[in-house]
Design a protein around this ligand. Structure first.
Ligand code: ADP
Length: 309
Protein backbone atom coordinates (compact mmCIF):
# COMPACT_ATOMS: atom_id res chain seq x y z
CA UNK A 1 0.00 0.00 0.00
CA UNK A 2 1.19 3.54 -0.77
CA UNK A 3 1.34 5.84 2.23
CA UNK A 4 1.21 9.62 2.18
CA UNK A 5 2.37 9.79 5.79
CA UNK A 6 4.17 7.27 7.96
CA UNK A 7 5.23 8.22 11.47
CA UNK A 8 7.71 6.03 13.26
CA UNK A 9 7.97 6.17 17.07
CA UNK A 10 7.68 9.96 17.25
CA UNK A 11 8.29 11.70 20.56
CA UNK A 12 7.78 15.39 21.27
CA UNK A 13 8.62 16.91 24.61
CA UNK A 14 8.15 20.40 25.94
CA UNK A 15 10.73 20.57 28.73
CA UNK A 16 9.71 17.63 30.94
CA UNK A 17 6.23 17.22 29.45
CA UNK A 18 5.90 14.47 26.83
CA UNK A 19 3.17 15.60 24.43
CA UNK A 20 3.85 12.70 22.01
CA UNK A 21 5.24 9.33 23.04
CA UNK A 22 6.44 6.64 20.67
CA UNK A 23 3.70 7.58 18.18
CA UNK A 24 3.46 5.54 14.99
CA UNK A 25 0.80 6.03 12.33
CA UNK A 26 0.13 5.33 8.66
CA UNK A 27 -2.07 7.40 6.35
CA UNK A 28 -2.77 5.51 3.10
CA UNK A 29 -2.94 7.37 -0.21
CA UNK A 30 -6.53 8.34 -1.04
CA UNK A 31 -7.75 7.86 2.55
CA UNK A 32 -9.86 10.12 4.72
CA UNK A 33 -7.98 9.43 7.93
CA UNK A 34 -9.87 10.31 11.09
CA UNK A 35 -7.38 11.28 13.78
CA UNK A 36 -9.45 10.84 16.93
CA UNK A 37 -8.61 11.83 20.48
CA UNK A 38 -9.89 13.95 23.32
CA UNK A 39 -8.64 17.48 23.86
CA UNK A 40 -5.02 17.61 24.92
CA UNK A 41 -4.19 14.13 23.55
CA UNK A 42 -1.58 15.50 21.13
CA UNK A 43 -3.40 15.86 17.78
CA UNK A 44 -2.37 19.44 17.04
CA UNK A 45 1.18 18.74 18.20
CA UNK A 46 1.53 15.96 15.61
CA UNK A 47 -0.03 18.13 12.91
CA UNK A 48 2.40 20.95 13.69
CA UNK A 49 5.31 18.54 13.26
CA UNK A 50 4.06 17.24 9.91
CA UNK A 51 3.60 20.77 8.65
CA UNK A 52 7.22 21.50 9.55
CA UNK A 53 6.33 24.11 12.19
CA UNK A 54 8.22 22.10 14.85
CA UNK A 55 10.61 19.16 14.95
CA UNK A 56 10.13 15.86 16.77
CA UNK A 57 12.30 15.28 19.85
CA UNK A 58 12.75 11.63 18.81
CA UNK A 59 11.58 9.24 16.09
CA UNK A 60 10.90 10.16 12.48
CA UNK A 61 8.21 10.55 9.86
CA UNK A 62 8.10 10.37 6.10
CA UNK A 63 5.87 12.18 3.62
CA UNK A 64 5.42 10.38 0.30
CA UNK A 65 8.38 8.22 1.31
CA UNK A 66 10.71 11.18 1.97
CA UNK A 67 12.11 11.24 5.52
CA UNK A 68 11.60 14.48 7.42
CA UNK A 69 15.36 14.84 7.86
CA UNK A 70 16.03 14.79 4.09
CA UNK A 71 16.55 18.05 2.22
CA UNK A 72 13.87 17.11 -0.31
CA UNK A 73 11.18 17.30 2.42
CA UNK A 74 10.76 21.05 1.77
CA UNK A 75 9.71 20.34 -1.81
CA UNK A 76 7.45 17.47 -0.73
CA UNK A 77 5.71 19.74 1.80
CA UNK A 78 4.48 21.86 -1.13
CA UNK A 79 2.13 18.96 -1.90
CA UNK A 80 0.45 19.49 1.47
CA UNK A 81 -2.25 21.97 2.42
CA UNK A 82 -3.27 22.54 6.02
CA UNK A 83 -5.88 24.38 8.03
CA UNK A 84 -4.57 24.26 11.59
CA UNK A 85 -6.55 25.79 14.45
CA UNK A 86 -8.24 28.93 13.03
CA UNK A 87 -7.91 29.39 9.25
CA UNK A 88 -5.47 32.15 8.30
CA UNK A 89 -7.68 34.46 6.30
CA UNK A 90 -7.72 38.25 5.82
CA UNK A 91 -11.02 39.37 7.30
CA UNK A 92 -11.07 42.74 5.47
CA UNK A 93 -10.86 40.99 2.09
CA UNK A 94 -13.42 39.15 -0.03
CA UNK A 95 -13.05 35.41 -0.71
CA UNK A 96 -11.61 36.14 -4.17
CA UNK A 97 -9.13 38.71 -2.80
CA UNK A 98 -8.00 36.20 -0.17
CA UNK A 99 -7.28 33.62 -2.85
CA UNK A 100 -5.46 36.17 -5.03
CA UNK A 101 -3.29 37.07 -2.03
CA UNK A 102 -2.46 33.40 -1.53
CA UNK A 103 -1.62 33.01 -5.24
CA UNK A 104 0.77 35.98 -4.92
CA UNK A 105 2.36 34.48 -1.81
CA UNK A 106 2.91 31.18 -3.60
CA UNK A 107 4.40 33.09 -6.56
CA UNK A 108 1.90 31.61 -9.02
CA UNK A 109 2.11 33.28 -12.45
CA UNK A 110 -1.62 33.88 -13.06
CA UNK A 111 -4.92 33.85 -11.21
CA UNK A 112 -6.18 30.92 -13.30
CA UNK A 113 -8.04 28.43 -11.21
CA UNK A 114 -9.37 30.85 -8.59
CA UNK A 115 -12.95 30.72 -9.96
CA UNK A 116 -12.82 26.93 -9.89
CA UNK A 117 -11.61 26.85 -6.27
CA UNK A 118 -14.31 29.34 -5.19
CA UNK A 119 -16.93 27.15 -6.85
CA UNK A 120 -15.55 23.99 -5.30
CA UNK A 121 -15.70 25.55 -1.83
CA UNK A 122 -19.25 26.86 -2.44
CA UNK A 123 -18.08 30.48 -2.21
CA UNK A 124 -18.65 31.55 -5.84
CA UNK A 125 -21.61 33.79 -4.98
CA UNK A 126 -20.00 35.72 -2.11
CA UNK A 127 -19.06 38.63 -4.44
CA UNK A 128 -18.03 41.80 -2.57
CA UNK A 129 -18.84 40.41 0.86
CA UNK A 130 -15.83 40.67 3.13
CA UNK A 131 -14.69 37.61 5.08
CA UNK A 132 -15.46 39.33 8.38
CA UNK A 133 -19.17 39.11 7.45
CA UNK A 134 -18.94 35.38 6.62
CA UNK A 135 -20.49 32.69 8.81
CA UNK A 136 -18.05 30.43 10.66
CA UNK A 137 -18.76 27.65 8.14
CA UNK A 138 -17.95 29.98 5.20
CA UNK A 139 -14.71 31.02 6.90
CA UNK A 140 -13.73 27.39 7.39
CA UNK A 141 -14.45 26.67 3.73
CA UNK A 142 -12.45 29.75 2.75
CA UNK A 143 -9.58 28.33 4.83
CA UNK A 144 -9.77 25.15 2.78
CA UNK A 145 -10.03 27.15 -0.47
CA UNK A 146 -6.81 28.98 0.48
CA UNK A 147 -5.12 25.66 1.27
CA UNK A 148 -6.20 24.41 -2.19
CA UNK A 149 -4.35 27.21 -4.02
CA UNK A 150 -1.10 25.24 -4.15
CA UNK A 151 -2.97 22.23 -5.68
CA UNK A 152 -2.13 19.93 -2.75
CA UNK A 153 -2.84 16.21 -2.85
CA UNK A 154 -2.80 15.89 0.94
CA UNK A 155 -4.96 18.14 3.12
CA UNK A 156 -4.64 18.31 6.89
CA UNK A 157 -7.61 19.72 8.76
CA UNK A 158 -7.44 20.33 12.49
CA UNK A 159 -10.95 20.09 14.02
CA UNK A 160 -12.67 21.42 10.84
CA UNK A 161 -16.19 21.24 12.23
CA UNK A 162 -15.43 22.81 15.61
CA UNK A 163 -18.11 25.38 16.46
CA UNK A 164 -20.07 24.86 13.22
CA UNK A 165 -23.88 24.68 13.17
CA UNK A 166 -25.52 21.54 11.66
CA UNK A 167 -25.76 23.13 8.20
CA UNK A 168 -22.10 24.17 8.34
CA UNK A 169 -21.13 20.63 9.35
CA UNK A 170 -23.03 19.14 6.39
CA UNK A 171 -21.41 21.60 3.93
CA UNK A 172 -17.94 20.87 5.32
CA UNK A 173 -18.55 17.11 5.06
CA UNK A 174 -19.76 17.42 1.45
CA UNK A 175 -16.73 19.53 0.51
CA UNK A 176 -14.30 17.00 2.01
CA UNK A 177 -16.01 14.08 0.26
CA UNK A 178 -16.05 15.97 -3.06
CA UNK A 179 -12.34 16.83 -2.85
CA UNK A 180 -11.51 13.25 -1.93
CA UNK A 181 -13.55 11.76 -4.77
CA UNK A 182 -13.07 14.29 -7.56
CA UNK A 183 -9.52 15.46 -6.88
CA UNK A 184 -8.21 12.31 -5.18
CA UNK A 185 -7.03 14.40 -2.22
CA UNK A 186 -5.95 12.40 0.84
CA UNK A 187 -7.19 13.85 4.15
CA UNK A 188 -5.94 13.78 7.71
CA UNK A 189 -8.76 15.16 9.86
CA UNK A 190 -8.37 15.59 13.58
CA UNK A 191 -11.51 15.63 15.65
CA UNK A 192 -13.01 14.72 18.98
CA UNK A 193 -16.49 14.52 17.35
CA UNK A 194 -16.54 10.82 16.59
CA UNK A 195 -20.02 10.65 15.16
CA UNK A 196 -19.20 13.29 12.56
CA UNK A 197 -16.01 11.51 11.51
CA UNK A 198 -17.83 8.21 11.11
CA UNK A 199 -19.71 9.66 8.13
CA UNK A 200 -16.44 10.43 6.36
CA UNK A 201 -13.49 8.40 7.48
CA UNK A 202 -12.09 5.45 5.57
CA UNK A 203 -9.41 4.90 8.23
CA UNK A 204 -8.97 5.85 11.87
CA UNK A 205 -6.09 6.48 14.23
CA UNK A 206 -7.08 6.71 17.88
CA UNK A 207 -4.71 8.78 20.00
CA UNK A 208 -4.57 8.90 23.78
CA UNK A 209 -1.97 10.72 25.91
CA UNK A 210 0.31 11.28 22.91
CA UNK A 211 0.25 7.67 21.73
CA UNK A 212 -1.69 5.91 18.93
CA UNK A 213 -3.62 3.18 20.71
CA UNK A 214 -5.16 1.72 17.53
CA UNK A 215 -5.22 2.19 13.77
CA UNK A 216 -8.13 0.55 12.00
CA UNK A 217 -9.91 0.83 8.64
CA UNK A 218 -13.58 1.86 8.55
CA UNK A 219 -14.47 -1.58 7.13
CA UNK A 220 -12.72 -3.34 10.02
CA UNK A 221 -14.38 -1.00 12.50
CA UNK A 222 -17.83 -1.70 11.01
CA UNK A 223 -17.12 -5.38 11.57
CA UNK A 224 -16.11 -4.81 15.20
CA UNK A 225 -19.08 -2.52 15.87
CA UNK A 226 -21.81 -4.67 14.35
CA UNK A 227 -24.80 -5.76 16.41
CA UNK A 228 -24.74 -9.10 18.16
CA UNK A 229 -26.76 -11.18 20.61
CA UNK A 230 -24.76 -12.30 23.64
CA UNK A 231 -26.11 -15.54 25.17
CA UNK A 232 -25.48 -17.53 28.29
CA UNK A 233 -26.63 -21.14 27.79
CA UNK A 234 -26.79 -24.39 29.76
CA UNK A 235 -25.31 -26.57 26.98
CA UNK A 236 -22.80 -24.96 24.64
CA UNK A 237 -22.54 -28.07 22.43
CA UNK A 238 -26.28 -28.10 21.79
CA UNK A 239 -26.07 -24.38 21.14
CA UNK A 240 -23.31 -24.83 18.53
CA UNK A 241 -25.18 -27.67 16.78
CA UNK A 242 -28.38 -25.61 16.62
CA UNK A 243 -26.55 -22.52 15.39
CA UNK A 244 -24.83 -24.61 12.68
CA UNK A 245 -28.16 -26.14 11.63
CA UNK A 246 -29.72 -22.68 11.39
CA UNK A 247 -26.73 -21.35 9.39
CA UNK A 248 -25.98 -18.62 11.93
CA UNK A 249 -22.71 -16.79 12.29
CA UNK A 250 -21.59 -17.27 15.89
CA UNK A 251 -18.62 -17.17 18.18
CA UNK A 252 -18.12 -19.32 21.30
CA UNK A 253 -16.70 -17.30 24.19
CA UNK A 254 -16.62 -19.93 26.95
CA UNK A 255 -18.37 -23.19 27.88
CA UNK A 256 -21.51 -21.22 28.74
CA UNK A 257 -21.30 -18.02 26.65
CA UNK A 258 -21.56 -17.28 22.94
CA UNK A 259 -22.26 -14.43 20.51
CA UNK A 260 -24.56 -14.56 17.46
CA UNK A 261 -23.91 -12.05 14.69
CA UNK A 262 -26.60 -13.00 12.17
CA UNK A 263 -29.82 -10.99 12.02
CA UNK A 264 -32.22 -13.14 14.00
CA UNK A 265 -34.96 -12.53 16.53
CA UNK A 266 -34.78 -13.94 20.04
CA UNK A 267 -37.85 -16.20 19.49
CA UNK A 268 -36.52 -17.59 16.19
CA UNK A 269 -33.50 -18.70 18.12
CA UNK A 270 -34.72 -19.62 21.61
CA UNK A 271 -37.38 -22.11 20.43
CA UNK A 272 -35.01 -24.41 18.48
CA UNK A 273 -32.53 -24.21 21.36
CA UNK A 274 -35.20 -25.32 23.83
CA UNK A 275 -36.12 -28.18 21.50
CA UNK A 276 -32.45 -29.20 21.47
CA UNK A 277 -32.48 -29.30 25.28
CA UNK A 278 -30.40 -26.16 25.68
CA UNK A 279 -31.66 -23.66 28.23
CA UNK A 280 -31.02 -19.96 27.60
CA UNK A 281 -29.98 -18.42 30.92
CA UNK A 282 -29.62 -14.83 29.66
CA UNK A 283 -29.60 -12.84 26.43
CA UNK A 284 -28.60 -9.28 25.77
CA UNK A 285 -28.04 -7.30 22.63
CA UNK A 286 -24.78 -5.50 22.15
CA UNK A 287 -24.00 -2.81 19.62
CA UNK A 288 -20.72 -1.09 19.95
CA UNK A 289 -20.70 2.46 18.65
CA UNK A 290 -17.61 4.20 17.42
CA UNK A 291 -17.64 6.14 20.66
CA UNK A 292 -17.89 3.10 22.93
CA UNK A 293 -15.19 1.38 20.86
CA UNK A 294 -12.92 4.33 21.50
CA UNK A 295 -13.81 4.33 25.20
CA UNK A 296 -12.95 0.63 25.40
CA UNK A 297 -9.59 1.33 23.78
CA UNK A 298 -8.64 3.93 26.35
CA UNK A 299 -9.92 1.91 29.30
CA UNK A 300 -13.61 2.93 29.46
CA UNK A 301 -16.59 0.57 29.38
CA UNK A 302 -18.28 -0.91 26.32
CA UNK A 303 -21.89 0.15 25.99
CA UNK A 304 -24.38 -2.66 26.46
CA UNK A 305 -28.12 -2.43 26.10
CA UNK A 306 -30.72 -3.86 28.48
CA UNK A 307 -30.31 -7.43 29.67
CA UNK A 308 -33.36 -9.59 28.92
CA UNK A 309 -33.69 -12.45 31.41
P1 ADP B 1 -5.02 18.29 21.03
O1 ADP B 1 -4.78 18.95 19.70
O2 ADP B 1 -5.25 16.82 20.93
O3 ADP B 1 -6.09 18.98 21.83
P2 ADP B 1 -2.39 19.35 21.70
O4 ADP B 1 -1.48 18.71 20.70
O5 ADP B 1 -2.80 20.76 21.44
O6 ADP B 1 -3.68 18.43 21.92
O7 ADP B 1 -1.70 19.29 23.14
C1 ADP B 1 -1.15 18.12 23.70
C2 ADP B 1 -0.54 18.45 25.03
O8 ADP B 1 0.68 19.19 24.82
C3 ADP B 1 -1.42 19.33 25.90
O9 ADP B 1 -1.33 18.89 27.25
C4 ADP B 1 -0.84 20.71 25.74
O10 ADP B 1 -1.03 21.48 26.90
C5 ADP B 1 0.65 20.41 25.53
N1 ADP B 1 1.33 21.43 24.71
C6 ADP B 1 1.04 21.75 23.42
N2 ADP B 1 1.87 22.72 22.97
C7 ADP B 1 2.72 23.01 24.01
C8 ADP B 1 3.81 23.95 24.19
N3 ADP B 1 4.21 24.75 23.20
N4 ADP B 1 4.43 23.95 25.41
C9 ADP B 1 4.04 23.13 26.39
N5 ADP B 1 3.03 22.23 26.29
C10 ADP B 1 2.37 22.18 25.12
Amino acid sequence: MDYVLTANAIGKSYKRFHALKNLSMHVPKGAIYGFVGKNGSGKTTLIRLICGLQNPTSGSYALYGTEHTEKAIRKVRKRIGAVVETPSIYLHMTAEENLKEQYRMLGLPSFDGIDGILKLAGLEHTGKKKAKHFSLGMRQRLGIAIALCGSPDFLILDEPTNGLDPQGIIEMRELILKLNKERQITFLISSHILDELSRLATHYGFIDSGHIVKEISAAELDHVCRKCLCLEVSDIRAFALTAERMGLEYHILSDTRAEVFSKTTVTQFVMPLAEAGCEVLSIHEREESLESYYMSLIGGKINESTVIR
